[in-house]
Design a protein around this ligand. Structure first.
Ligand code: PMP
Length: 445
């Protein structure tokens, strides 16, 4: 059955399908970290719906919440009408919001996807400031609709000013660390203060506290605070895209909490829907300048997603799963760094909480450039070697052969990403690390 399904889908489905190409499996059952294919094979799923499944697959509290709505006879489609289910979701969401925003927050329900919420956030800051331009960062990923693409890395819309996002391993200044990040902050200031040839004052700045699709780059806390100060000084709304970093994944409930930065706008999706489609924008009440109907969407009221999402948010909060993500993530980073010391094809290991990236490089190639000599040295040693997307893809396939599902990402497509659910047990963590180490050894052989 598995082969037939795969054959039919590849004959009928768009060439745009992505995951299905690298992962030729047909999932029929799943629980927690485990997915079972139609052929009976079982896999440890560290893709987690591209970071969506905070509680893993089919967590009992999520299933129970969905069943409760189904059994109650409540309407499943209500556009954006008020319902007890929506009320419960909003209450739980507001309970989790970072201090500084929680007291003055408004939530706007958007379409089903993260990219819908990004669109709403961009429109909102343009409306609120009467300005059009947006500051965004190299390597950013905010979605696939037109406005979101504008602010994602590689896009070329004129209204966007792209600024360097801090990176240790491939620091654009060849420095890395907080010093490299500070150079990026000063660049940002100089662009904003260049009134003659620079950009007119922008409508907003959008950033990911940890870049995910861009290859797992955690922004230093000091840089986050600099971005907050730079935008606040110039009355530029700061939008934090927490679509992937939210709901405990990075070791705090929201990734902005690491730095204490309070953004003006937060874009949320993925885990907030408890594995069902849901996206919202949360912002300070004085920005709530919409006219009714100014930003609509038929699927803003997904009742099952709100129920599943409320159950997920509550479970993460009540069970300290953000702290758990921090401790398991720290263990994984430590072990993966030992692996990197053993295998020169691993150029870098980085991450925050359970958002982890392992960058594969060509071990034979010469390093790109030595890091600059600077007062506060970053990574030190030699410079980065060229990314090795083929090696990363080979590691992904070797992982799959060993029953481990991982994702690929990074601006140079050389990063293997691990995004296990926050509920991963210690034993499962060991199994993931063992299989991953075997896969790297197989590729390096
Ligand atoms: N923002 C970030 C940070 C993301 O990681 C993603 C998806 N990977 C999006 C926005 C877009 O979300 P969606 O795919 O649901 O449109």
């Amino acid at each position: 059955a598995q082969e037939d399904i795969l054959r039919r889908q590849s004959a009928r489905e768009s060439a745009a399908r992505t995951y299905a190409r690298a992962l030729p499996i047909v999932p029929v059952r799943a629980r927690g970290l485990t997915i079972e294919g139609a052929d009976g094979r079982r896999y440890l799923d560290c893709l987690s719906g591209a970071g969506t499944l905070a509680l893993g697959h089919n967590h009992p509290v999520v299933l129970e919440a969905i069943r409760k709505v189904l059994d109650s006879g409540a309407p499943l489609h209500v556009l954006d009408l008020a319902t007890p289910v929506k009320d419960a979701f909003t209450t739980e969401l507001f309970r989790t919001l970072p201090p500084g925003l929680a007291e003055r927050a408004r939530v706007q329900f958007c379409g089903p996807a993260g990219t819908d919420a990004v669109e709403a956030a961009l429109k909102l800051v343009r409306l609120a400031t009467g300005r059009t331009g947006v500051l965004a960062f190299t390597g950013a990923y905010h979605g696939m609709t037109a406005g979101a693409l504008e602010v994602s890395g590689g896009a070329t819309e004129v209204r966007v000013t792209r600024l360097p996002y801090p990176q240790d391993y491939r620091c654009p200044f060849g420095v890395g660390g907080e010093y490299g990040a500070e150079l990026g902050a000063r660049w940002t200031e100089s662009v904003l203060d260049d009134t003659k040839s620079g950009v007119p004052l922008p409508a907003g700045m959008i950033l990911e506290p940890v870049q995910g699709e861009g290859g797992v780059h955690p922004a230093p806390d000091a840089w986050m605070r600099r971005m907050r100060q730079i935008t606040e000084d110039r009355s530029i709304p700061l939008i934090a895209d927490e679509v992937q970093t939210g709901v405990g994944r990075t070791g705090r409930f929201w990734a902005v909490e690491h730095s204490g930065v309070v953004p003006d706008v937060m874009v949320l999706s993925k885990a907030i829907g408890g594995s069902l489609p849901l996206a919202v924008v949360v912002y300070r009440d004085d920005l709530d300048l919409w006219q009714p109907g100014a930003h609509a969407g038929t699927f803003r009221g997904n009742q099952l997603a709100m129920a599943a999402g409320a159950a997920t948010l509550a479970h993460v909060r009540e069970n300290g799963l953000a702290e758990r993500a921090h401790s398991v993530g720290t263990r994984m980073l430590t072990q993966l760094r030992s692996l990197a010391a053993e295998f020169p094809c691993i150029g870098d290991v980085r991450g925050r909480g359970l958002m982890i990236g392992v960058e594969l490089v060509d071990p034979e190639a010469a390093p790109r450039a030595a890091p600059l000599d600077c007062p506060a040295p970053g990574p030190g040693g030699t410079g980065p070697r060229p990314a090795a997307p083929a090696l990363a893809a080979a590691v992904q396939q070797e992982c799959l052969r060993r029953g481990l599902i991982v994702e690929l990402g990074g601006r140079h497509a050389g990063v293997v990403r691990l995004l296990p659910p926050l509920t991963i047990s210690d034993e499962q963590t060991s199994a993931v690390l063992d299989r991953f180490a075997d896969a790297v050894a197989a590729v390096a052989r």
